[in-house]
Design a protein around this ligand. Structure first.
Ligand code: PLP
Ligand code: CA
Length: 256
């Protein structure tokens, strides 16, 4: 566990796996700045015949936004997996009427959350047949400053508390995000790598599903965290199999 990727182990790591899943923010970019070497790595892995997937907990952008983003940075991302199970439709909380047509409440990041919206969501959820979904439970948004920006998890906590219901959470580290791509693309967990920057979302997601996990240090986790992890004896769920300074270094090791 928690082994550094070097020129000694990189080839076997790449050869053993046919699929690479990348978290986006903190791994490929720190919005809007692309991490040096990110596109090089994606192109290199593609040239080696690897399948590539992107998983993000950012519920504020659509797949089309991401397709454009990848095209803008020089990578052609073509395949699409379902965003949510296909029989469900997202309902915007500010459009919700208190009528019985509503079959699902989805809680997502909402910079304009209000008492009234939580009231409406919780009231719909009184009917047990109404499905309760959360996009993700990230407590806060990635930010460089001292400010704490509450994330989708903070919105979800309010709806959960008010409704007394437990949501099914779609994003990392929960299983639905994995199931959507595994079922559609028939992925083998033992041949799949998850690359991420957050221990409690990305690394836990990969470890929970039996994937090989790589932590990069360009986002939420730094080298001193890694040293603490190496000492940790108890909970292994957030400990990556491998770590490396960033995707640029990985591209460079594969190139050599
Ligand atoms: N949620 C929001 C609203 C964000 O803006 C971000 C990052 O920009 C995230 C979640 C985390 O995204 P990721 O899972 O790609 O790190
Ligand atoms: Ca991230």
């Amino acid at each position: 566990m928690c082994e550094q990727i070097t020129d000694k182990n990189v080839s076997s790591l790449v050869e053993k796996h046919d699929t690479f899943i990348f978290d986006c923010d903190g791994v490929l970019w720190n919005w809007p700045h692309v991490i040096p070497g990110a596109v090089d790595l994606l192109n290199k892995l593609t040239a080696l015949g690897k399948q590539i997937f992107f998983v993000t907990n950012n519920s504020t952008k659509t797949q089309d936004d991401y397709a454009k983003r990848f095209a803008d940075i020089g990578f052609n991302a073509a395949k699409k997996a379902d965003q949510v199970p296909s029989d469900l439709q997202a309902i915007k909380t500010d459009e919700v009427q208190l009528d019985s047509d509503i079959t699902c409440v989805i809680s997502a990041l909402d910079l304009h959350m209000s008492y009234l919206k939580v009231l409406k969501a919780a009231t719909h959820l009184k009917r047990k047949e109404v499905l309760f979904l959360g996009t993700n439970d990230d407590a806060s948004l990635p930010t460089n400053d001292e400010v704490v920006m509450p994330g989708a998890g903070a919105v979800l906590a309010a709806v959960t508390a008010a409704s007394g219901r437990l949501p099914t959470i779609l994003g990392k580290p929960h299983t639905p995000m994995w199931k959507v791509i595994q079922d559609e693309f028939n992925l083998n967990p033992t041949k799949t790598v998850m690359v991420g920057d957050r221990l409690e979302t990305d690394i836990a997601f990969g470890n929970n599903q039996g994937l090989t996990t790589i932590l990069v240090l360009t986002g939420a986790t730094n080298e001193s965290h890694v040293n603490e992890l190496k000492e940790q004896k108890t909970d292994k769920s957030n400990i990556p199999n491998f770590y490396i300074s960033g995707v640029g270094k990985l591209a460079q090791l594969i190139n050599d």
